[in-house]
Design a protein around this ligand. Sequence first.
Ligand code: FES
Length: 127
Amino acid sequence: MTTNPPFKLLDLLELCPSDSVAPNSAAKVEKDGLTLAVYHLGDEFYVTDDQCTHGPGSLSEGYIDGDTIECDFHNGAFNIRTGEVVTPPCMVPLRTYAVQVIDGKVYIDPNQPAFAAAQACPKQQAS
Ligand code: FES
């Protein structure tokens, strides 16, 4: 079950079947030139860029602790819902995407940040 976002997804990009990402895990998905980490936390799905903003770490290979993803390269961490930095050496927030699950498939709008990210940092915009 996924909560509908409070805004309309304008440009849906299908990523993967929702059952391909086990609960409390992440999976790397490459689609339309994007390399993404799809997270399944509880009943919700979240999507961020897969590459850590600090370096070459792949966040889908990191460690999930609650709503935090820890990069396995230098142990920096981000909030999965908002993209905010939780632990240095990361300094730059992680790009997030608005997500919706429709008929068992995970979609993003590549042009909109996650709602929680937009609330946490209204200036966060997808580029
Ligand atoms: Fe992720 Fe350095 S590459 S913390």
